[in-house]
Design a protein around this ligand. Structure first.
Ligand code: AFP
Length: 320
């Protein structure tokens, strides 16, 4: 089995980007060890701080955020980073080719119940000259790499550099990611959907109609039965979609008029959309392809419908 370094070399990934990806992978191994120790390391539970999202920060949110900030500052080729846990971008160095956006611990509401969590990252080209929030506001098409690390029964890295999507599994004996799926290909059709059904009464009618028809099964217009999964961690739901197809959606809802969308564009929707499209799937807001969105703010939120290409297309028909 190829190592991460061998797989990157085979894709002719430039040295500077290879160095950054290795930095992210090495840091994720340290995060994996912190997550696995859980209560034993006294890292469960919440702090008494709120982040820019207005969410109470878990201890591990802060610990993993600091680990990534330190590692990216030391990498030497990262100009600045934007994190879910940081109000403003953090300048890392006055030289370097890259900007990095990340969610250090996605699914953190799952930490205290020992359920799936992960780290999501997106790599953008750094501009010439000074860096500001404006420098990050590039569409998802400009990403040079994106991926996530899923801290599950196995620690797995999903990665794309624009030449397909690959899956790596951590060999804990060697502390090395090994290539376990070379070219992920998402099945075009599926019988499995992922949505938080408790928000049903708050969805717009196109999504209500689409999901209603899934639930009607064989007797309904889809003429087949569907299964449902909901992990409450995007990394877990997207990983299942990469592995066996499916449609994942967090649609707009009217539950909180000040927050019509849940998922963040720069460090959740864009990296996941890049991985999914590179694996032959689709990713849309319902009205626009996610990777084509011109961002207006680094913590901007969007609706997400992603996964099996034919199923996403069917869902989009309801939104016409
Ligand atoms: P947390 O990181 O705050 O747990 O949020 C995770 C997330 O952004 C995304 O990973 C999940 O798909 C989604 O929220 C789950 O949202 P609900 O808790 O409303 O189901």
């Amino acid at each position: 089995m190829q190592t991460l370094a061998q797989a990157l070399a085979e894709k002719a990934v430039p040295d500077s980007l290879t160095h950054l990806i290795n930095t992210l992978a090495a840091t994720s191994i340290n995060i994996s060890q912190a997550v696995r120790r859980g209560a034993l390391a006294g890292v469960l539970g919440s702090t008494d701080h709120e982040n820019v999202q207005g969410e109470t920060q878990k201890k591990l949110d802060v610990i993993t955020n600091d680990m990534l900030k330190d590692a990216l500052a030391a990498a030497g080729n990262v100009r600045a980073l934007a994190s879910e846990e940081e109000d403003e971008p953090v300048i890392c160095s006055d030289s370097g080719d890259f900007l990095v956006c990340f969610d250090p611990l996605d699914g953190s509401s799952n930490i205290d119940i020992n359920s799936l969590v992960g780290t999501i990252f997106s790599v953008l080209p750094a501009p010439e000259g000074d860096v500001s929030e404006q420098s990050f506001l590039q569409s998802g098409r400009k990403q040079v790499a994106a991926g996530y690390v899923l801290y599950g029964a196995a620690t797995m890295l999903a990665l794309t550099t624009g030449k397909g999507t690959q899956l790596f599994t951590l060999d804990t004996d060697r502390n090395e990611f090994l290539l376990t799926q070379d070219a992920v290909s998402i099945a075009a059709d599926t019988a499995e959907f992922a949505i938080n059904m408790s928000n049903q009464r708050f969805w717009e009618s196109p999504m209500q109609s689409y999901i209603d028809d899934l639930l009607l099964g064989k007797a309904g217009p889809r003429a087949k039965s569907f299964n449902m999964r909901w992990i409450a961690a995007m990394v877990g739901d997207v990983h299942r979609v990469l592995c066996r197809g499916g449609i994942f959606t967090y649609p707009t809802d009217s539950k909180n008029p000040n927050k019509p969308y849940k998922l963040r564009l720069m460090y959740e929707a864009n990296p996941m959309a890049f991985l999914v499209e590179q694996a032959g799937g689709s990713a849309s807001t319902g009205y626009q392809t996610i990777l084509d969105i011109e961002p207006e703010a680094i913590h901007q939120r969007v609706a997400v419908i992603l996964g099996s290409a034919n199923e996403v297309a069917t869902c989009l028909q309801y939104h016409k």
